[in-house]
Design a protein around this ligand. Sequence first.
Ligand SMILES: C[S@@+](CC[C@H](N)C(=O)[O-])C[C@H]1O[C@@H](n2cnc3c(N)ncnc32)[C@H](O)[C@@H]1O
Length: 348
Amino acid sequence: MNENDFSSYLVNIQKQFFSGVPVTEISLKDICFEITEENEAKLIDGTVNHPIILKYPVKYSYQTIFLKKLLSILESGSTSSEIADTIYEHYVRVLNSKSDVYYKHYYLNHNDIITLEENPNLISDGTTGLCTWQASLHLAEWCIQNNHLFDSKNIFELGSGVGLLGIVLSKKTTAKEIWLSDCHSQVLNKLCKNIKLNTTDYKIIDEIDLEQFDLLKSGRTLLKAVSDGVEGQKTFGVKLFDWVDVSTPGLFSDLFCDYVLAADVVYDSSVFEHLLRNAETLKSFLKTIEQTESLHYRKLDCVKPKVLFWNQDTPIELYAVYSRRRIFIDYGVPRNDTKRNYYGGHLI
Ligand SMILES: C[S@@+](CC[C@H](N)C(=O)[O-])C[C@H]1O[C@@H](n2cnc3c(N)ncnc32)[C@H](O)[C@@H]1O
């Protein structure tokens, strides 16, 4: 394998390792074929020994499984050199490491990696919002590939979870204002932390102590940061917003937005009767839009991963819903029609 091929394989493996793609899905065989000692070191330094991973670890049990797979491939033979001792040393290190907090990282390019504090499980602490869902990755990639749409625009995101989409927008578009929102205290706590971790070029001008969460009402600003760039001042913030309260008068009187974005937002059936997460309810959702006089929808073309990485087995559909302003919908359709086997997302 020549050096260019090795570098692009390495980036591909990094994208997957950083974001916790199941090790079984990461193809290590090709990169390990006749790997040199130098490239073995690059592979380790680009994954388990990468400075970002050392500072903000992905789950240690995940790193252990990754190294175990790497060692088993290397031990099975096709290398031209001895397996470096450092790989065994890293294996022992990660095996004996523990942390209460874990991260995932989303590789935009060599110099720009988004680091998010996330829970390793899809559902934890009674919410789905403590990890990044594939619909968010897909919608973020769509926004990157259509970033001209967001020039100088004001954006509001519903059910932002740990914040990937909003942070991608802040890095990859020239949107003027980006407001993220959610209703769950722990999700909002992680969301605010993640924004601060990834937007060091912004200055925080307002921040609320989330200890008082129970006293706060929908619409309340939790974090507001600004940055002065060549295109003028940009704002990035977080609001507490439970969409059950959407009709509260004056809720967002201070907010103007051009787009509302949402990825994999779960609607409670009491809020929107038919909108649960499967293909049937997507139909009901679209039918409900058809029955309104003021809303229309259009299916958008999905995008292929160019910058971000996600497993494309998950079916995703992307919709734009129009009133006077645009609302994007990103909807993951079930792999089959059972309610238990759904992935991806839907949104308003
Ligand atoms: C499946 S997660 C998706 C998170 C993120 N958009 C993503 O795709 O990674 C659904 C999110 O919707 C939020 N959510 C659920 N019900 C909500 C409500 N009534 N108001 C606001 N957010 C809500 C949850 O807290 C959670 O963060």
